[in-house]
Design a protein around this ligand. Structure first.
Ligand SMILES: [Zn+2]
Length: 293
């Protein structure tokens, strides 16, 4: 327990230092307070610290961005909007799905939905909303998919990854045609400023990134596929590629050789900007899969 507390404090310190250095070029007027940590996911600004608190998925669930707020895990959970929804069945877009879309942190939201510290059970303006755009784009491009909208981060953030592992494993068994798994999140910034966008084809798009686990046997295969995604994006979208971040946690990425932990935008992006990015990434993924990768 003592090791855990000390490690957590070090992690937070590293995060703050790192954010000031790397995040500053994207976001002006950045300030950090304790309450801001509640919106964190796997921030692009996080240091690559390979802490091994325990070799279990449950602990890994706390080691992504939520780890940065230390003992406040329960605070975020209780802050989730009380607008409840029933657990929806996975939506299947087309026959013989090739792609599975899930959300380990399904309640993560974008502007204008800032209630509950950017977490809500309602689907609108969340990563599930963006996942639907991604699935629809894939379908329009001739790639069928399954979109699961289970709230794995509710009622608690701890064990989110254990829950999403079970969901993904079950759906991979049910739909053996699935080749690629996407765990779709959004990132977070501790700032009141809007997050950056890039204009792509006249549309304002949120930035995106891939978090690749280097702690699983499928690491090389997953990284190879993501690099191919970026090659496709470079060719088709003039360099609108996703930043690749390697981390020492598994994030369930041993489930597939085509596993993507995809972070589309930030809590301080407008939902329209995240949807626009989902359309781009959907086309890139469809073209990459159709090219045989
Ligand atoms: Zn997340």
């Amino acid at each position: 327990m003592g090791v855990y507390i000390i490690s957590t404090v070090l992690f937070c310190g590293g995060t703050l230092k790192e954010k000031a250095g790397i995040g500053a070029w994207i976001f002006k007027d950045m300030t950090v307070s304790a309450t801001d940590f509640g919106v964190m996911c796997i921030s692009a600004a996080y240091p690559n610290i390979n802490m091994k608190l325990a070799d279990s998925r449950d602990n890994e669930g706390q080691q992504d961005g939520n780890d940065a707020k230390g003992g406040l895990a329960g605070t975020v959970v209780s802050a989730v909007s009380t607008d409840d929804e029933k657990k929806p069945e996975p939506v299947v877009f087309g026959d013989d799905p090739a792609v599975l879309i899930i959300h380990t942190h399904a309640t993560e939201s974008y502007l204008p939905t800032s209630a509950g510290n950017y977490h809500t059970k309602k689907a609108e303006n969340t990563v599930r909303d963006v996942g639907t755009v991604l699935a629809q784009t894939l379908k329009d491009e001739g790639i069928a998919s399954v979109h699961d909208q289970t709230l794995h981060d509710n009622p608690s953030y701890s064990q989110s990854y254990s829950r999403s592992y079970e969901t993904a494993q079950k759906l991979l068994k049910k739909y053996p045609s699935i080749k690629c798994v996407i765990d779709l999140h959004r990132d977070a910034i501790a700032s009141d400023s809007k997050a950056a966008t890039i204009s792509v084809g006249g549309k304002e798009c949120a930035l995106y990134s891939y978090v690749v686990s280097n702690a699983v046997p499928t690491y090389s295969a997953n990284l190879k596929f993501i690099k191919q995604m970026n090659r496709t994006a470079s060719d088709e979208y003039s360099g609108f590629t996703g930043k690749v971040l390697e981390r020492g946690y598994r994030y369930n990425q041993d489930l597939s050789t085509h596993y993507m932990l995809l972070e589309i935008g930030y809590n301080r992006n407008d939902i329209s900007e995240a949807r626009n990015t989902a359309k781009v990434v959907g086309k890139v993924l469809a073209d990459t899969l159709k090219a045989g990768y």
